[in-house]
Design a binder for this molecule. Structure first.
Ligand code: DGL
Length: 246
């Protein structure tokens, strides 16, 4: 087989996505819009969710196991759609307060701590540990009083008049945006999530390697979940909300 044939074969492979559960679907949702010709396999490890409160070694082990599964199935690229980077948002600051909502593990990470140290002078960055929040998405509870009460408990103590943005530092949180807006009322606060940025970067990297499909294929999305529960697959499809996809 010639090099060109090999590359063309590889272009036909799906792109893998993984997350501790359903959160990475917020990133996948953007990726399918950007790359409609591509096939995707999404693996949600809901059986072991949440990752964000587990020790690092255990998260690594769980992640590697899922990555191996996806590689064995044959993929041409992989997005680990978990613990989204928040640096872009922080560099956009206008001097006001920025709340960073994320899992305890993300906030503990060196990467985040370095970011905090780097921009401490420019912005008032306040980490908000949101243990228990991803569970709302995993249960399909995207609105309601209980969620509002959660936001009140976590955000009211740190929301100031000069709060300019809230970073949704976990891929589950974009699904809760509507209720968060409702909770914030008429406050002019920018909600920042990294899903589009992550998808654009994924596309850029595949393009550089010549791995994007160039044929007229209509992309498909396959959802897998370690829990083996059909209702989680159904909920995943509902969250993705892509009527044109199978
Ligand atoms: N969706 C994951 C993230 O982006 C976290 C959820 C979890 O705790 O497993 O951080």
């Amino acid at each position: 087989m010639s090099e060109t044939d090999k590359l063309q074969e590889k272009q036909k492979l799906p792109i893998g996505f993984m997350d501790s559960g359903l959160g990475g679907l917020s990133v996948l949702r953007e990726a399918v819009k950007l790359m409609p010709k591509e096939d995707f396999i999404y693996y949600g490890d809901s059986l072991h969710a949440p990752y964000g409160v587990k020790p690092q070694a255990e998260i690594r082990e769980l992640t590697f196991a899922v990555v191996k599964k996806l590689l064995d199935m044959g993929i041409k690229g992989l997005a680990v759609a978990c613990n989204t980077a928040t640096s872009a948002a922080v560099t956009e600051s206008h001097g006001g307060r920025i709340l960073v909502m994320a899992t305890p593990m993300t906030l503990k990470q060196e990467k985040f701590q370095n970011l905090l140290a780097k921009y401490r002078e420019q912005a008032d960055i306040v980490p908000v540990q949101c243990d228990g929040l991803m569970e709302f998405v995993e249960h399909g509870d995207l609105d309601g009083q209980e969620l509002d009460d959660y936001f009140a408990e976590k955000l009211s103590p740190v929301l100031t008049d000069d709060t300019e943005s809230i970073v949704l530092g976990c891929t589950h949180y974009p699904f809760l945006k509507k209720e968060l807006r409702h909770f914030l009322g008429d406050r002019d606060i920018h909600l920042i999530d990294g899903s589009l940025g992550t998808s654009r970067e994924l596309m850029r990297r595949l393009k550089v390697q010549g791995l994007l499909r160039t044929d007229d294929h209509k992309g498909k999305v396959r959802i897998m979940n370690s829990s083996g529960r059909q209702e989680l697959i159904d909920l995943s499809l509902k969250l993705l909300n892509l009527p044109d996809y199978e």
